[in-house]
Design a protein around this ligand. Structure first.
Ligand SMILES: [Mg+2]
Length: 396
């Protein structure tokens, strides 16, 4: 089998990758909804993969893997990798999880980072009310993640929250030591949310990036009695093009609260120090940013050898990204906790993707399906309606 074309179209805001072959089958991958600008970046790789056998996934990846980087510049490579696995599975007549080593579990646990309701303000009461709505959502999530402090509006809305300035521009531009009032406000919000969830549903907190080391330690110690699932991306994280494992290690060693990072990190090599130093308790690579699903599997295996747990990121990955997450989560070792459940937005995504269970999530789990490849299909007829004019030849 040979690759004859690489195409990319924007559906809604998600770039969708299609790898076309000389045998009449295609493979699909998807990039986060926040990155429609990546289409030319995806197409840049076409020159390197034309004529290659897509079922030799690793040999194709060796041609392009070094031409990517931390979020958002690893997404195009990652989506191509997923499309290659989709093709390899379809060609073999096997679900992708079989090619990744086989199924470890029949159902995969997901956590809520996508089913959202508007937050009235940054008060503890608003956080409690918001959490109550998420707790009642029909997916019955067993873990719910909420943004606090620098991850969201809290740092800019709460008066006298921090000593530094609120900055705009690139994502998470603000970084500062908190005032005592600011720190107490964060803790009060966490307490209010925990009161709603009790010990029935786990609470994970996306915190930054933006914290300093001393404040990160203070927060982690302050919430120790609350048994939160993890504190995510306090020091570096989302859209940070570096890791700083030693700083994370200092925080992690000083507390019993699990510390989490990794959604922006590209490639297993960039997880090496974090994992070998056990600088965090949990890593959360995103298959749409880390370099793909096999890359995620390698990180998971290496993390498991070092006692580090896995909670992959995925909120913006859309329904093709969801399928990829299900395949790799089925094959992950026992350090797997749950992945962040992505949704299709706009709503019509559910009309153009076939093969998903209905409902998708029951009691916080998704049953792993057994069809070849990623096991879902774009319904060409339905999907054509949503093609942009410039993407008119996507299915041709
Ligand atoms: Mg995050």
């Amino acid at each position: 089998m040979k690759i004859t074309d690489l195409k990319c179209a924007i559906f809604g805001q998600n770039p969708v990758v299609r790898i076309v072959t000389d045998q009449g089958i295609s493979g699909y991958g998807e990039v986060e909804a926040s990155k429609p600008y990546l289409k030319p970046h995806v197409l840049y790789y076409k020159q390197y993969i034309l004529g290659e056998d897509p079922t030799d996934v690793e040999r194709v990846m060796l041609k392009i893997r070094k031409l990517g980087s931390f979020k958002p510049w690893g997404s195009a490579v990652s989506a191509i990798e997923m499309a290659l696995w989709d093709l390899a599975g379809k060609a073999a007549g096997l679900p992708v999880y079989k090619l990744l080593g086989g199924k470890v579990r029949d159902q995969v646990r997901v956590y809520n980072g996508a089913v959202r309701f508007p937050l009235a303000d940054s008060s503890p009461q608003a956080h409690a009310e918001n959490m109550a709505k998420m707790k009642e959502s029909p997916e019955r999530f067993s873990i719910i993640k909420q943004g606090i402090a620098f991850h969201g509006q809290m740092h800019s809305q709460v008066p006298n929250f921090m000593y530094g300035e609120v900055r705009s521009g690139s994502p998470y531009a603000s970084r500062s030591l908190l005032t005592e009032q600011g720190l107490k406000h964060v803790v009060a919000c966490v307490e209010a949310m925990k009161k709603v969830l009790g010990d029935e549903v786990g609470l994970a907190l996306d915190c930054g990036p933006g914290w300093t080391v001393p404040d990160a330690i203070r927060l982690a110690k302050a919430v120790e009695p609350l048994n939160v699932m993890w504190l995510e991306d306090m020091l570096t994280g989302d859209y940070t093009p570096y890791v700083q494992a030693d700083l994370y290690r200092e925080v992690t060693r000083s507390t019993t609260t699990p510390i989490h990072t990794g959604e922006q990190i590209y490639l297993r090599q960039n997880f090496q120090e974090l994992i070998e130093k056990r600088a965090v308790s949990i890593v959360g690579p995103d298959p749409c940013d880390v370099g793909g699903i096999a890359e995620l599997k390698w990180v998971a295996e290496y993390a498991d050898l070092h006692g580090v747990l896995m909670a992959p990121h995925g909120t913006g990955n859309g329904l093709l990204g969801l399928a990829a997450l299900v395949q790799v989560a089925a094959a992950m070792p026992q350090n797997y906790i749950a992945f962040e459940y992505p949704m299709g937005r706009p709503e019509w995504w559910y009309d153009i993707v076939e093969g998903l269970p209905d409902p998708i999530v029951k009691n916080s789990f998704i049953q792993v399906w057994d069809r070849p490849g990623m096991g879902i299909e774009l319904n060409e007829k339905a999907a054509r309606k949503y093609l942009r004019e410039e993407d008119g030849d996507f299915f041709d």
